[in-house]
Write a protein that binds this ligand. Structure first.
Ligand SMILES: Cc1cc2nc3c(=O)[nH]c(=O)nc-3n(C[C@H](O)[C@H](O)[C@H](O)COP(=O)(O)OP(=O)(O)OC[C@H]3O[C@@H](n4cnc5c(N)ncnc54)[C@H](O)[C@@H]3O)c2cc1C
Length: 223
């Protein structure tokens, strides 16, 4: 696919280090919830610096949305994205992605790994199909939780947080364990969607295997 240029319509910080960016949506540009695109900045020396980012809007929206964790210390694309303003341009390249909705189940995300689930869950909710899908969301502290209120409204008691670096009476504390998953997973014979950094995915797979969850139910993407 040749690159498509889109202008930024809106940008806002939704946590201390996560930026939500909305852009124009080219006519006929389609994606499935959970998919990502290679994205670059339309500025000299940046056009060929592509990085993968997930669409977090619903396919029915007339804009595209990205939810991007900024790493200033990398001095790379995300740092440069944090400096962009309304009217600046991005380039959309190939669309791809391993995570597609395959039925009601358990979603397990670490940090920005929640992004494929944002589009999937928003789409399900808008179609009245959110059912008992459950989101287990691992972060370091409360201030790292992306779209906390929206997930609470969408999923209610099926939105469960765990914090690794903050002990708080309203939240589970520690890393995602067999015990934690087993306590909140409604069924061991339904899909389990996992997205996050490679060490987290490795750990979750080990814990799921310990619970006896068949590995053919696993839908995963490494960030
Ligand atoms: C399919 C897929 C979808 C994704 N979707 C999203 C999404 O929707 N939202 C999101 O936030 N993220 C997403 N990611 C992750 C995202 O692509 C990366 O966070 C992003 O590429 C980082 O780009 P960067 O240029 O800022 O840093 P990088 O490309 O990671 O690094 C730039 C440079 O910094 C150096 N560097 C790396 N680590 C460090 C460090 N710790 N300290 C100092 N320097 C360092 C590297 O050597 C590199 O040269 C996704 C990833 C995948 C695979």
């Amino acid at each position: 696919m040749s690159a498509q240029k889109v202008l930024i319509q809106d940008r806002k910080w939704i946590t201390h280090d996560v930026l939500q960016i909305r852009t124009q949506r080219p006519r006929g540009f389609n994606f499935k919830p959970g998919q990502a695109t290679e994205l670059s900045i339309d500025a000299p020396a940046w056009q060929t610096e592509t990085r993968p980012f997930t669409f977090t809007n619903k396919p029915s929206d007339d804009y595209l949305e990205f939810t991007i964790k900024i790493y200033p210390e990398h001095k790379g694309v995300t740092q440069k994205i944090s400096e962009l303003q309304q009217g600046d341009a991005l380039l959309l390249h190939d669309v791809f992605g391993a995570i597609h909705y395959q039925g009601e189940g358990t979603f397990i995300a670490g940090g920005a790994g929640v992004t494929p689930f944002i589009s999937i869950l928003r789409t399900l909710e808008s179609e009245g199909r959110i059912k008992n899908n459950t989101l287990l969301f691992a972060n370091k502290t409360r201030e790292d939780i992306i779209l906390k209120e929206e997930f609470e409204n969408m999923l209610r008691h099926n939105f469960i947080n765990i914090l690794s670096e903050e002990a708080h009476p309203d939240f589970a504390h520690g890393l995602i364990s067999q015990h934690f998953i087993g306590e909140h997973m409604r069924s061991r014979s339904r899909p389990v969607y996992v997205c996050g950094p490679p060490p987290m995915i490795k750990m979750v797979i080990r814990e799921l295997a310990g619970l006896g969850v068949p590995m053919n139910l696993l839908v995963k993407e490494e960030f």
